[in-house]
Design a protein around this ligand. Structure first.
Ligand code: ADP
Length: 190
């Protein structure tokens, strides 16, 4: 069983690459952003709670996110492994994930980061905002706020996973297929 954390700043291409990797390695793809958006679309209690944070580009509170993620993992008991996309995003989430997986006799195999320059990413998100309909993609101030959230709360996870010897980074700039190859090379070497 392999459990991979796909790591990277907003717009780095995690969702795009996850679509390829989940097929190639037979992994269950869990994107917290997608799950929140699904709940917002269906106007669930969870969606109503998450919406105000997401629309501003703030992180949804840890307690809510952690509980949701655990329930998604529990709904896939026969999974051959998970591809976590957009989770963990804080040290508290990473610690909770480790503790939760331990209770199942499992662990994170590796974290693979997609690296890219902020200015390129902001432009990508503004482009995506023209068609995605996502309120958090349409306003440069909200996008900048997501980067601030990333720098303050998510970037420290690199050291968290480095300390466990589990952090790998690949260049996230290039053709989609090339980047899939780079990620696959890391996963194949695990
Ligand atoms: P992106 O990586 O492009 O910002 P996502 O779809 O992964 O997009 O996330 C969109 C929003 O969903 C985040 O800005 C945040 O509000 C919320 N969100 C997603 N994952 C988490 C998480 N692990 N913890 C807290 N909030 C999250």
């Amino acid at each position: 069983m392999i459990n991979i954390v796909l790591f990277g700043k907003p717009g780095a291409g995690k969702g795009t690459q996850a679509e390829f990797l989940k097929e190639k390695y037979n992994l269950t793809h869990l994107s917290t952003g997608d799950i929140f958006r699904y709940n917002i679309k269906n106007n669930t209690e969870l969606g109503q709670l998450a919406k105000s944070y997401m629309d501003q580009g703030d992180l949804v509170p840890d307690a809510v996110t952690i509980q949701m993620l655990q329930s998604e993992v529990d709904q896939n008991p026969d999974s051959a492994g998970f591809l976590f996309d957009g989770f963990p995003r804080t040290i508290a989430q990473a610690e909770a994930l480790d503790a939760f997986l331990t209770t199942k006799g499992q662990s994170i195999t590796a974290t693979v980061a997609l690296e890219a320059n902020d200015e390129i990413l902001v432009q990508r998100l503004l482009e995506r905002g023209k068609t995605s309909g996502r309120p958090d993609d349409q306003d440069e101030e909200k996008i900048r706020n997501r980067y601030q959230e990333y720098n303050e709360k998510t970037a420290p996870l690199m050291d968290f996973y480095k300390a466990q010897g589990k952090f790998h980074a690949v260049d996230g700039i290039g053709a989609i297929a090339e980047i899939t190859e780079r990620l696959s090379a890391v996963i194949d070497s695990l």
